[in-house]
Design a protein around this ligand. Sequence first.
Ligand code: HAM
Length: 397
Amino acid sequence: MQPDDGRRRLELERLAAEVLGRAGYEYIETPVFEDTELFARGVGEATDIVQKEMFSFEDKGGRSLTLRPEGTAGVCRAYTEHGMHKLPQPVKLWYRGPFFRHEAPQAGRYRQFNQIGAEALGSDDPTLDAELILLLAALLERAGVRSVRLRLSSLGSPGTRAAYLEALREYLRAHEGELASEVRERIDQNPLRAFDADHEGTRRVMEQAPRLLDRLDPEDADHFARVRELLDEAGLDYEIDTTLVRGLDYYTRTVFEFESEELGAQRGVGGGGRYDLLVEELGGPPTPAVGWAAGVERILLASDWHEQRPAPDVFVVVAKPEARGAAFALVSRLRAAGVRAEMEQAGRSVKGQFKHADRIGAPRVVIVGDEIEIRDMASGAQRGVAGVDEALEAVSS
Ligand code: HAM
């Protein structure tokens, strides 16, 4: 990682803190590793993440631990363990940090990556779904992510989903002869895959296939309609994608994903949804919740701004070796007074030091030698000062 990358990451975090803070989200940190059981139960035993992608290991006591592959399960555990259900609801939290998935690395996909995430726990109000979607849209826009597309759907309840999957399997079996062989082989395991197939015959069959969105319970359908109304009123564009599936099992009702065309194969910049049953599933009280996470590296890949290295307010030139101590004391005092101050620390000649001060954009230079002088870099005007105190005064004003 280069300093430029680091500056962009810090700026993105600052933006997240600002955008989310304004909406009442508070920052939390959860452990980087937790009991394997938490992720296996939280994310879902049958998911690729749990089956193939977790970095799990045993500690000296023989307990199985896992480097967190995502943040939601840990937030739910913390919510229950720290009694956050006793706070005024909803409890709105945001986080950022490293996450780990054992996937084949490629552009935009890493084994260690960073997420910024936000979760609102303790209410099923559709304004929270809409609020979170709008906040992620705002963050991506502020971060300069280009060619963004939002896909939106609702998964309803697990019961509706199970009945739907059975109906879909039946439909696929009835058209088995027209399907690609890899789709046919996965009818039992993963019938939804059929919606993603490129195969011509399969695509024709899928045009008429039953859709989950048409089968939602009335309350789930109302909830989704309300979320959409709120997004429409806010003027946010989205596409309803009835085939949107996310790689985690905990979702109920709203699901969404933001993609950027800039990203190629790994185009998901951020996604999330409602997970009304997860807190309870993990041993907490019944707690509806909704949230998202976005990939920091993908946001930075899909945007092309740069953060300039901030110029110092002043650069201190060491005019002779014996003045090094005095120069050092001066920069320390300047920094304590809130001035962005740097000094020569690489053995440059005096001429080289002025060149360097110019290159890093210092508007003023203090020259510490037999005397102390201050030079204005733009005009070249230079004047002597009586001592360190006067230099400090002149530069911090
Ligand atoms: P996710 O879609 O698995 O959701 O990950 C969120 C984002 O993390 C992705 O959109 C992507 O930008 C980034 N990401 C995931 N894997 C990698 C990787 N290997 N390399 C680089 N970036 C990656 C979740 O993690 C859910 N916890 C989101 C959520 C929060 N749902 C509800 N609340």
